[in-house]
Design a protein around this ligand. Structure first.
Ligand code: EPU
Length: 417
């Protein structure tokens, strides 16, 4: 199993180019199930989850090929299977994104129930409730969800709780439904808006994406399209923290600063100096890090996917910061590993109290999920001595060549096979 070996103490300098957003590319790839015509997706990040989604599409009969490194050309001429098997769903929960489009296109979907994961229980009840509203018959047995509907019909769906992939699944189910669907309390994440843009290019009639109310007028078929995936705002945020935590001078290019407004505000509150351009950001050296509290929220709030990285930063800020995790019930697994590196953190339910500034020292640490892994890498960049981050398959699921990008900015980091 690969590990990362990091020797801390180097200030990051130079430029890092941001890849396409994993959480946008995944639903976009699932959307290719909706049309027999060819869909070309560009700015696809080369990460493990994307390869898993490609395997899943392959199982369902979609011809999906990588091109020019960062593009996927997919044609779902015929759906040959309706099943997302356990082996794939267990490695990637986002496989559940096949449910909506499969059902819409072929009237039937059988998807393994994802179960819990390292960050929480993560049920899919809202996806299922929404599909039932659209007229599907849902059965859950033998560990699988089976959904059937001759043709879905439009309905008003009010989400009890804001759900990103739930909103995406309903959008993909509703585009081919008969009549109008209104999604209320929908997720506002840029990835939802990006999916709506792709579906619109494919001939769907969608309005209101990016607002809490999305209206979808069903059409009888969709056609091919070409679409560039938006930049990964979480990767960009992670590199902002990498620049700040090492007191470096790091330019982050090919990003969309508008998607990072709250993260930038929060880092500025903590004393980080950031220069903003249209599609680039620069972390400037000389910041005097001060503790600043954060509460995770749905977009446009502070992303739960940035919480672990922010915690690593707060170990290097002067004072006591309170970090409240509102989205997932078990997303503090990185804290116990940061403690082993010398951090002062106390967990109290959904809150973490971080005392800084502390001297971190290198240790062998185990990553429990994608963003927790990123936080351990960030801590390793400032720790004295050598940090070994184990189980980096989590990191590989969502960050494209993170060690190469960090190396190019001067970090002492290598992958150990
Ligand atoms: N929830 C329910 N029932 C549902 C669906 C969600 O109770 O049917 C709850 C969840 O348990 C959670 C909250 O609602 O407490 C929000 O979950 P959401 O459904 O929004 O999460 P998701 O769609 O499964 C996506 C991202 C995650 C990111 C969250 C929150 C993708 C593929 N995944 O997950 O990304 O943390 O939204 O922003 O888009 C990551 O990239 O590391 C990652 C975990």
């Amino acid at each position: 199993m690969d590990k990362l070996r990091i020797t801390g103490g180097r200030k990051l300098q130079g430029q890092v180019r941001i890849s396409g957003a994993k959480n946008s590319a995944l639903p976009a790839m699932a959307a290719t199930l909706l049309t027999p015509e060819e869909v070309l997706l560009t700015n696809i990040p080369l990460v493990a989850d994307i390869r898993t989604m490609r395997r899943l599409l392959g199982e369902l009969g979609v011809k999906a090929e990588f091109e020019d490194g960062h593009a996927v050309r997919a044609t779902a001429e015929k759906i040959t299977s309706n099943e997302a098997p356990y082996d794939l769903v267990k490695t990637m929960r986002a496989s559940v994104l096949a449910l909506g489009p499969l059902l819409a296109r072929s009237g039937k979907a059988r998807v393994s129930l994802p179960g819990g994961c390292a960050i929480g229980a993560r049920p899919i009840n809202l996806h299922l409730k929404g599909l039932e509203k659209l007229g599907a018959t849902i059965r859950t047995e033998y560990g699988y969800v089976e959904a059937e509907a001759e043709r879905l019909t439009g309905a008003r769906i009010v989400f009890d709780k804001i759900t990103v992939t739930g909103t995406e699944n309903m959008m993909m189910a509703a585009v081919l439904a008969k009549g109008t669907t209104v999604l209320e309390n929908a997720a506002l994440e840029p990835e939802v808006t990006d999916l709506a843009e792709l579906l619109t290019k494919m001939g769907a009639k969608i309005s209101g994406a990016g607002s809490p109310t999305i209206t979808i007028e069903g059409v009888s078929s969709l056609h091919g399209a070409t679409h560039a995936i938006i930049p990964d705002r979480i990767e960009a945020g992670t590199f902002l923290v990498a620049g700040a935590i090492t007191d470096g001078d790091l330019e982050i290019t090919a990003c969309n600063p508008e998607h990072l407004t709250v993260v930038i505000d929060k880092l500025e509150d903590a004393g980080v100096s950031i220069e903003k351009g249209k599609d680039r950001l620069r972390v400037k050296p000389g910041s005097n890090l001060q503790a600043s509290d954060v509460i995770t929220k749905e977009y446009p709030g502070f992303a739960t996917d940035m919480q672990a990285q922010y915690m690593a930063l707060m170990t290097q800020a002067n004072g006591i910061s309170l970090i409240t995790e509102n989205i997932f019930e078990n997303r503090f697994m990185h804290a116990s590993e940061l403690l082993r590196m010398g951090a002062h953190i106390r967990i109290d339910g959904a809150r973490a109290i971080v005392g800084g500034k502390t001297r971190l020292t290198g240790a062998t640490v185990i990553a429990s999920d994608l963003r927790a892994s990123a936080s351990l890498v960030l801590a390793g960049l400032v720790a004295d001595g050598v940090t070994i981050v184990d189980r980096i398959y989590h990191l590989d699921r969502g960050y494209e060549k993170i060690e190469e990008k960090l190396q190019s900015a001067g970090a002492d980091i290598e992958r150990v096979k």
